[in-house]
Each structure stands twice: as structure tokens, then as C-alpha cells.
Design a protein around this ligand. Structure first.
Ligand code: ZN
Ligand code: ZN
Length: 106
């Protein structure tokens, strides 16, 4: 897949709120493994602080929605543990909290 196709595909998935399909794709799984191997399965943020944590996910430094063209670019990927990854995505917390706010008791 070339970059033009990649961007079209990801933008379509974003529109359909189906970005999961990207993360389930072979393309992603393949590049994800390469990133983990490069980073020795180690959280790169913890490593920078002199700590060791096993990497639990691979993060897009330039977020997928903003830079779909970098979705599969190894230099845009970094391995992180879950807690460091959450720090990189404050927007996720908003989304998680919102449904709770809607669960008001009547
Ligand atoms: Zn970490
Ligand atoms: Zn991320």
C-alpha cells in the first residue's frame, strides 16, 4: 500500500469511527512488532527516566488522526507501557469519562 492509499484508508476509518480496523490489520501488527523489537520490548519513556518497564503498546508520536501518512513509519513509533501511554493521550480520559457523566440518575 502506498502512502496515498494509506492516508485514504485511515481517513475513511476515522470517518466511520472504526480505527480499530487499522489496529487489527496485518500491516499494523507487522510494523508494531518491528517497533517493539527495535525498542527491546522496553517502555521508552520509562527508559528515558532510567527505569525499566515492559512495553505494552506502540504509540504514534505524531498521532494517527493528525498524521495518517506516518501510521506505519517506524521512526514515528515508540514502545510504551500502559501508564506512559495514557499520559500521551489525555484526550482518551475525556472520552472515558464522558459516558459516566451521561449516566446520571433520574
Ligand atoms: Zn513507561
Ligand atoms: Zn498512542
Amino acid at each position: 500500500m502506498d502512502t496515498v492509499q494509506l492516508v485514504k484508508w485511515i481517513n475513511a476509518l476515522i470517518r466511520q469511527h472504526n480505527i480499530k480496523a487499522f489496529y487489527n490489520s496485518k500491516l499494523w501488527k507487522c510494523v508494531r512488532i518491528k517497533a517493539l523489537e527495535r525498542d527491546n520490548n522496553e517502555c521508552q519513556k520509562c527508559k528515558a527516566k532510567g527505569l525499566y518497564s515492559e512495553a505494552q503498546c506502540v504509540h504514534h508520536k505524531e498521532h494517527l488522526k493528525k498524521h495518517p501518512e506516518l501510521a506505519l513509519t517506524l521512526s514515528n513509533l515508540t514502545s510504551l507501557c500502559n501508564s506512559c501511554h495514557d499520559e500521551e493521550h489525555p484526550e482518551k480520559f475525556y472520552r472515558k469519562r464522558k459516558p459516566q457523566l451521561n449516566k446520571e440518575r433520574w
